[in-house]
Every structure is written in structure tokens, then in C-alpha cells.
Ligand binder design. Structure first.
Ligand SMILES: [Zn+2]
Length: 400
């Protein structure tokens, strides 16, 4: 399975993945998912929001145990973020069948669409639509960098955009959702564990900072006469680092758009996107408020106008304590694995679903902690340990 997926959407230039929602690479990933489902005789379906499901047993019976993740990627992402959870889901099912495990609850595998938000700027669109966290009107306004709207992209990929919307009946069928994911930090590497269980997802959000100045000639405009938004943007990037360090949080300006974007022109507009996350809401508020305050001071000092727009926000997600404890029990009694419990600064579909469904996450060690980069990795032994842990968890849950 891993070898089949590896070439899909891979850039030969960077070695990273460009599997953006509703593109040709995404279609190849989705075709692969369907093949895996059908090869195993699982009932395959695509829901109204384009998420793919594969079922062992009849999901309409309810109280289903579901696992899975996503197959899309960030720009030049790694091979593991997302696909590891989907491949491990199919592999865990194979393992359970091989063992002749008795499964009395319906068992589902899901590939959530557009988790990374790389194309339309909003993460977890598939699970947000399904849970109602994203309205149809909001979804219709999502636009990619080429001005193509989400409905247009869906339609071009053969999915009916008029069908999108909340899907409470589908979520009501799920009794437990467990997402396996490569760890996106070094906690497991530092503790020496192959597998961990998630405690919570940090609150996180994305803010757009529009610094508007005045375009002018880079050669003939006196420094004193400039209204250069790049200067206030640059100072704001440094302020973000400072505020995050003070609060024990993270803050990143990782995306920027410049107009007119000419090497010999003072910019008229610098648009920077801030991503910030912290262990709790109060810390995150402190960081973002501090960055915005600094940005306004820098903008004023350079005669630059500033607009700050919060584009997305996800509050802290505490995973279901009962399910988390159940996972600890199942893994503790049936395997030699120690299972540390850890928080994470990364968002996931599991976090979106957790408002509606008892949800848990398993993390697989990532020796460098690098993620959203081609350098992301996990050893084969650790991946196999992840599959085995997931199989044990699914079997334990599906029996209860
Ligand atoms: Zn992911």
C-alpha cells in the first residue's frame, strides 16, 4: 500500500507532496482508497461532502468504530502526515481478519477530504462540513489562489457541490473514532516510545495581516518619503517570535503575498498569514493580542494601514477522557507498549469530530519531529507498531 501511494502527487523538484483537494493528485489518492476498499470486499461510499468511507458490517446498525485520516497534503508535505493513518487503518483491518478477531460493531475506515486546507486556506473542510462547523455559505465562498471556488473545484472533480452540508445522521452512526497519525513533534522520540495517545489539541487559528502602504520606485523614492509595508511586516514577524517565546506558545508567519511584487518596486501591499497555537486559550489570546498591538505600532510608525482578519479558529480540543482511558487499558493489557499521553499543536479531523463523537488519537514516533516537509519520517518498525496498536484498539473497541 505504501509503495503504491508514494509516487502520487510527488514533486520531483522538491521530493515533497502536492496532493491538494480536488486536484488530479487528490483524485489518484481517492482512486487508491476506493481500490483498497473494494479489494477487501468493504462497502464503499462517498458522503455528501466528498469524504470516502469503507465499511465492514452495516453502519446503519450504529455504534460503529471508525478509524482513518486524510490523504491530502500541504505544499511539499511529507509522505506520512495523513496517509499513515489511512494505510494503517487498512493494514490493521487486515491484521484483525488474519487473526480471526471477533468484531460485533460495524468497522469503518475514512479518508476525510481537504484536511490540510492547502488549496482553499481552511483546514479540515470535509469534517467541518460534515459536523456543521463550516456552513454551506462559508464553503461556497472558499476560493483558491487561481480564483477557483470550492464548488467549482468539486464539480470539476466530479463531485456534486450542491450536495454539501451537515451530515448528522452519518455522525450519529459512529460510536468511536480513532485517528492514527504520525507525531508532528519530538515528544515520543524524547521519551523513547513508539506510540502515544493524544490528550488534547491546542487551540489554534489563522490570522491575515494586510499592511497597506504606497507603491513607488525603489530607486528614486527617498527613504524618508516611503510608506513601505514590508518594514512593518518584517518587524511584526519578529514580534510574533518574541510574543510566542514569552507565552511558551508558537507563532509563525509562513505565507506572504506582496503587491506589486516587483524587485524594483516598494510594495503597496504586504499580506502575511499568522498561524498561532498555545496550550490554552488565555495564552493564545495573549500571543495574538500582543502581535497585533505591535503590528499596529509598527504600521503607524511607517504610515502604513493595517487590517487584521481572523480567518479560522479552533478552540482547545480535549479528547474524550473515557475513550482515552479505554485506549490506555486496551494497549496496556494486550501489548508490551507503554503509551504516554501527549498534547499536540497540530489540528486534525479527530479534533473537529470530537465535538460530536467520542474521539481519540494514536501517535506514531517521528524521530526528527519534522512535519509538513519532505523530511518527515517514521521507521518501518514504528509504523508496524502503530498498525498493531491500532488493530488491538479496534478489536478492543469493536468487542465492547
Ligand atoms: Zn494530518
Amino acid at each position: 500500500m505504501w509503495a503504491e501511494l508514494l509516487p502520487v502527487g510527488r514533486s520531483s523538484a522538491s521530493g515533497g507532496y502536492r496532493r491538494f483537494a480536488w486536484t488530479a493528485a487528490d483524485a489518484d489518492c481517492r482512486a487508491w482508497f476506493r481500490e483498497q476498499a473494494e479489494a477487501r470486499g468493504l462497502a464503499y461510499e462517498v458522503d455528501r461532502n466528498g469524504n470516502q468511507w469503507a465499511w465492514l458490517g452495516d453502519p446503519s446498525a450504529g455504534n460503529a468504530v471508525v478509524t482513518g485520516s486524510h490523504l491530502d497534503s500541504v505544499p511539499d508535505g511529507g509522505a506520512f502526515d495523513g496517509p499513515l493513518g489511512v494505510v494503517s487503518a487498512f493494514a490493521a483491518l487486515d491484521e484483525l481478519r488474519h487473526r480471526g478477531a471477533r468484531i460485533t460493531r460495524p468497522l469503518g475506515i475514512v479518508n476525510f477530504g481537504d484536511e490540510e486546507g492547502a488549496r482553499f486556506g481552511l483546514a479540515c473542510v470535509g469534517s467541518r462540513l460534515t459536523s456543521g462547523a463550516l456552513t454551506v455559505e462559508q464553503a461556497h465562498r472558499l476560493t483558491d489562489g487561481d480564483g477557483i471556488t470550492l464548488p467549482q473545484a468539486m464539480e470539476a472533480a466530479g463531485h456534486d457541490p450542491d450536495a454539501i452540508g451537515p451530515d448528522p445522521e452519518r455522525l450519529d452512526r459512529i460510536g468511536a473514532f480513532v485517528e492514527l497519525h504520525v507525531e508532528q513533534g519530538r515528544a515520543l522520540d524524547l521519551s523513547g516510545d513508539r506510540i502515544g495517545v493524544a490528550s488534547a489539541i491546542w487551540p489554534h487559528g489563522r490570522w491575515r495581516f494586510d499592511f497597506r502602504g504606497e507603491a513607488n520606485h525603489a530607486g528614486t523614492t527617498r527613504l524618508a518619503d516611503r510608506r513601505d509595508p514590508m518594514l512593518s511586516y518584517a518587524e511584526t514577524v519578529l514580534a510574533a517570535r518574541r510574543e510566542a517565546e514569552l507565552a511558551g506558545a508558537v507563532a509563525t508567519f509562513g505565507k506572504i503575498a506582496v503587491e506589486p511584487n516587483g524587485v524594483n518596486a516598494i510594495p503597496s501591499l504586504v499580506r502575511g498569514w499568522l498561524d498561532s497555537r498555545a496550550a490554552d486559550q488565555a495564552s493564545l489570546d495573549t500571543v495574538v493580542t500582543g502581535i497585533e498591538k505591535a503590528a499596529r505600532e509598527y504600521a503607524a510608525a511607517h504610515g502604513v494601514d493595517l487590517d487584521v482578519v481572523r480567518e479560522s479558529f479552533t478552540p482547545v480540543v480535549e479528547f474524550d477522557h473515557a475513550l482515552r482511558d479505554e485506549l490506555g487499558r486496551i494497549l496496556g493489557s494486550d501489548t508490551e507498549l507503554k503509551v504516554p499521553v501527549l498534547g499536540t499543536g497540530a489540528g486534525h479531523d479527530a479534533g473537529i469530530l470530537s465535538g460530536r463523537v467520542p474521539t481519540a488519537m494514536l501517535f506514531v514516533r517521528n524521530p526528527t519531529g519534522v512535519s509538513h516537509s519532505p523530511a518527515e519520517s517514521a521507521t518501518e518498525d514504528d509504523c508496524v507498531a502503530g498498525v498493531n496498536a491500532l488493530a488491538v484498539v479496534l478489536e478492543g473497541l469493536a468487542r465492547t
